[in-house]
Design a protein around this ligand. Structure first.
Ligand SMILES: NC(=O)CC[C@H](N)C(=O)O
Length: 225
């Protein structure tokens, strides 16, 4: 299976996201912000970092990159897409996920290992997890506060589209302790924490994040069966 990993000017975690895809036995395909197509990949990861220097708002410029036209089109046709941190911000700016990410409540950049609860294990990126499982992955962001209007929050909760929830102290003021959400079809997932930095205990706090990448490969294999 081919998983594309996009690099924008300012992206930081593309190499780690590609490594995580390879750990899950996928072929990682580098995509560039200026690409006009997705080079035949089966899924896409929009990784973390500081695309375009976070100018205007995190993700506000990257969402206009040429590659994002293809990502939006592919996502609307059912391609699995994962947005990690800045990638989550970009997917919200591009309209593929509801809500927005705002400055952390205490206006400090938060960088710590963070416990999460898996609330939805039916998405393209969470099938390997038990519902209710708690995983430990790094959180490192300045605009990690998930916000949405009450009707959107009610819709997300009612439809089970909150995929990850912070456990313990809320690190950034996110409404309903939301750490990640998904599209209505469960194919597009965005989260602020970094599963690509938790794929082996040697280089991260755990290997709890690896399941997301295996889940995508499982979903892609199942879709072609
Ligand atoms: N690690 C990241 O991707 C950071 C995302 C964004 N630059 C923020 O600080 O919120």
């Amino acid at each position: 299976m081919k998983i594309g990993v996009i690099t924008f000017p300012g992206t930081l975690d593309d190499v780690d996201a590609a490594r995580a895809a390879r750990y899950a036995d996928a072929e990682a395909v580098s995509l560039w912000h200026a690409d006009e197509d997705l080079h035949g990949v089966d899924a896409v990861i929009v990784p973390g970092g500081f695309s375009y220097g976070d100018y205007l708002r995190c993700g506000a410029i990257a969402r206009f990159a040429p590659v994002m036209t293809s990502v939006v089109e592919a996502a609307r046709k059912g391609m699995p897409v994962l947005g990690i941190c800045n990638g989550f911000q970009i997917l919200c700016e591009a309209g593929l996920l509801p809500g927005a990410l705002v400055r952390n409540a205490k206006l400090h950049f938060v960088c710590r290992d963070q416990w999460l609860r898996v609330e939805n294990n039916t998405t393209s990126w969470t099938g390997r997890y038990e519902k209710g499982a708690e995983i430990l992955v790094p959180l490192k962001s300045g605009e990690g506060g998930y916000v949405a209007d009450q009707s959107t929050l009610d819709e997300l909760e009612g439809e089970g589209r909150v995929v990850f929830r912070y456990v313990g102290e809320n690190p950034n003021g996110s409404r309903n302790d939301i750490a990640g959400v998904c599209s209505a079809n469960g194919r597009v997932v965005g989260l602020m924490p970094h599963p690509e930095h938790a794929i082996d205990a040697l280089t991260g706090p755990s290997d709890d994040g690896l399941g997301m990448f295996y889940s995508a490969v499982d979903a892609l294999v199942a879709a072609t069966a």
